[in-house]
Design a protein around this ligand. Structure first.
Ligand SMILES: CC(C)(COP(=O)(O)OP(=O)(O)OC[C@H]1O[C@@H](n2cnc3c(N)ncnc32)[C@H](O)[C@@H]1OP(=O)(O)O)[C@@H](O)C(=O)NCCC(=O)NCCS
Length: 156
C-alpha cells in the first residue's frame, strides 16, 4: 500500500449538519449496494441504538462505525451512485478517523469483499493495509463466494 491520499487533510465534503436516520440509511444502502444484501431500517435502528456506534454523512453518502476502547471499525459505507467519485467516501473515512482518535482509538479495522474493486481502491487511498483473509465469506448469485479481506490502519 502507498501513502494516504492528500485529500485526507482537506475540509470535510459531506454535510455534518444533515440528519441521518435509519430509514434514510436503508434507502441509501439499497441504492448503493449491488453485490451484497442491503441492510434494513430495522437493522440500522438496532445498530444506531448502541452508544458505541456513530453515523456520519448525509443523503449522498454515509458511514456507520463502531468505536470501542482502542479499536474502531467501519460497519458499512455507501455513496449513492449519482454522487460517486467526488471524494465523499474518502472524506467520511477521514472524519471517522478523527472521531475514533478523539475517543481514544489507535487502530481502525474493516472487512471488504475481495471482488469489490472500488472499495479496495478507496481503502488503499485512505491508508489501509491487508492483515487477514476469510475464504469464501460473501455469497454471490452467479459466481463463487468471494473472500473477505480484513484491512487495518493505524490512527495517528
Ligand atoms: C466504495 C464507495 C463507497 C466509494 O464511494 P465514493 O464516494 O465514490 O468514493 P470517493 O469518491 O471518495 O473515492 C476516493 C478514491 O477511492 C478510489 N475509488 C473510489 N471508487 C472507485 C472506483 N469505482 N474505481 C476505482 N477507484 C475508485 C479512487 O482512488 C478515488 O479517488 P479518485 O476518484 O480521485 O480516483 C462506493 O463505490 C459505494 O458506495 N459502493 C457500494 C457500497 C460498497 O461497496 N461499500 C464498501 C463496502 S466494504
Amino acid at each position: 500500500m502507498t501513502g494516504t491520499d492528500p485529500r485526507f487533510t482537506s475540509p470535510v465534503v459531506a454535510n455534518p449538519g444533515t440528519t441521518l436516520d435509519p430509514d434514510g440509511m436503508a434507502v441509501l444502502h439499497a441504492a448503493a449496494y449491488r453485490l451484497d444484501r442491503p441492510w434494513t431500517a430495522a437493522e440500522f435502528r438496532a445498530l444506531s441504538d448502541s452508544p458505541h456506534v456513530f453515523a456520519l454523512g448525509d443523503a449522498r453518502a454515509f458511514i456507520l462505525v463502531r468505536v470501542i476502547a482502542d479499536e474502531a471499525e467501519v460497519l458499512t459505507i455507501a455513496t449513492h451512485p449519482d454522487h460517486r467519485r467526488k471524494g465523499l467516501a474518502l472524506a467520511l473515512l477521514g472524519r471517522f478517523h478523527a472521531l475514533a482518535q478523539a475517543r481514544g482509538a489507535t487502530t481502525a479495522f474493516l472487512e471488504v469483499a475481495a471482488d469489490n474493486a472500488p472499495a479496495l481502491a478507496l481503502y488503499q487511498a485512505a491508508g489501509y493495509a491487508r492483515v487477514g483473509q476469510r475464504r469464501a465469506y460473501y455469497a454471490r448469485k452467479d459466481a463463487p463466494a468471494a473472500d473477505a479481506l480484513l484491512l487495518r490502519r493505524a490512527l495517528d
